[in-house]
Design a binder for this molecule. Structure first.
Ligand code: NAD
Length: 333
């Protein structure tokens, strides 16, 4: 039973519904939140807790939690959600998620925030952070591998980081390429659908964002100086690029433990091509503890596995903006 003091101290829970988030958060705000939390992770100020992911035996759903605590930003919480394959038939997104934030001093619930748009924004922000810190400054051509839901967000965030003059793209299902073409047009950039050989030969920065379980880009297709942001591989068994590319490259990631177990680096580590010690935290580059790209002809790979702290960081930013604008739903709790 609640104590009298607790009953008296009813507090406010902030709710930011999914459909309110679009106009609230900008790509810049997402970028800043994600860059700051990667830096905090590398300093040891923020850490992710073990991820839970379970097939629940209902509606063919995969459900789980990603959680963590950022002592620097005082963000404590979790993203809960997963994948419901039957949702599309109901007019809903298959991926569903909600972020819950808690007061780090008391453990009381602080906010409930729709997590669907935020997931796309924080994932795009992660690869944009890698482009800012690792791509050649003179990068002109952006190569996109993948044309699904996330790809448009990825492209929008990436083009803010370099003076890209052109976007080229490839997708296993060519009928989806119109998404890349439309997004490039929205950004005022020419788009060309190409084969993978041409993509590797022309692109200075390549983003991979697919659900592939086999290497799409082969080692011989990647030229010196390329930066690759591999964003699709977030599960054991998934793969987007030839493991030999990681052997030639300097490899960076959001979180080393995830990178070598369920990220793009899992295959190169398993094959003995690279070791755990060869995978560097992007946060170390942000903090100035790692020099990042060392030469114009170096290949850099960012293995973006996706961590709960990214979700908490962008959700906290949304709550702050919603409160400042007076449009947060405040509920006594
Ligand atoms: P989506 O279902 O909208 O699109 C899937 C994309 O993968 C399409 O381009 C499709 O053509 C391609 N594809 C499917 N099967 C393939 C195969 N066998 N070989 C090559 N390409 C294939 O998905 P989405 O929402 O755009 O997400 C794309 C990927 O990104 C997913 O794998 C998802 O799990 C991952 N993801 C990662 C993070 C992260 O933080 N790293 C966050 C969100 C999503």
């Amino acid at each position: 039973m609640a104590s009298e003091a607790e009953v008296a101290a009813t507090h406010t829970l902030t709710i930011v519904p999914e459909n309110a988030i679009g106009p609230l958060i900008t790509e810049e705000a997402s970028f800043e939140a994600v860059e700051a939390v990667f830096a905090a992770m590398s300093r040891g100020d923020a850490y992710n807790f073990p991820v839970i992911r379970e097939a629940i035996g209902h509606a063919e759903a995969l459900y789980g939690f990603k959680s963590g605590f950022d002592r620097a930003g005082l963000n404590l919480g979790l993203k809960s959600g997963g994948y419901w394959p039957g949702n599309a038939e109901k007019g809903l997104t298959n991926h569903q998620s909600t972020v819950f934030l808690f007061d780090a001093d008391t453990g009381r619930a602080k906010a409930v925030v729709g997590g669907n748009l935020l997931t796309a924004l924080r994932t795009a922000a992660a690869s944009a952070v890698s482009i800012k810190h690792l791509a050649r400054p003179d990068a002109k051509v952006l190569g996109m591998v993948g044309a699904g839901h996330q790809s448009a967000f990825q492209m929008r965030a990436a083009v803010r980081q370099r003076a890209f003059e052109k976007v080229i793209g490839w997708n296993l299902h060519p009928e989806m390429l119109s998404r890349l073409e439309d997004t490039a047009a929205e950004l005022g950039l020419p788009f060309e659908a190409v084969e993978l050989d041409q993509l590797g030969a022309e692109a200075d920065v390549i983003i991979t964002i697919t659900s592939s379980f086999d290497a799409i880009l082969q080692d011989a297709q990647i030229r010196p100086g390329t930066h690759l942001a591999c964003m699709g591989t977030d599960t054991v068994g998934k793969q987007e690029i030839d493991a030999a590319i990681l052997k030639r490259a300097t490899v960076f990631t959001d979180e080393v433990a995830q990178s070598i177990s369920l990220g793009e680096a899992q295959h190169a580590v398993k094959a003995g091509l690279i070791a755990e010690a060869d995978v560097n935290e992007i946060g170390a580059v942000i903090n100035g503890d790692h020099p990042g790209r060392g030469a114009a002809d170096e290949i850099t790979v960012f293995d973006g596995t996706g961590v709960g702290l990214q979700d908490l960081a962008v959700a906290a930013a949304v709550v702050e903006i919603a409160r400042a604008k007076g449009i947060a739903v405040e509920v006594p709790f």
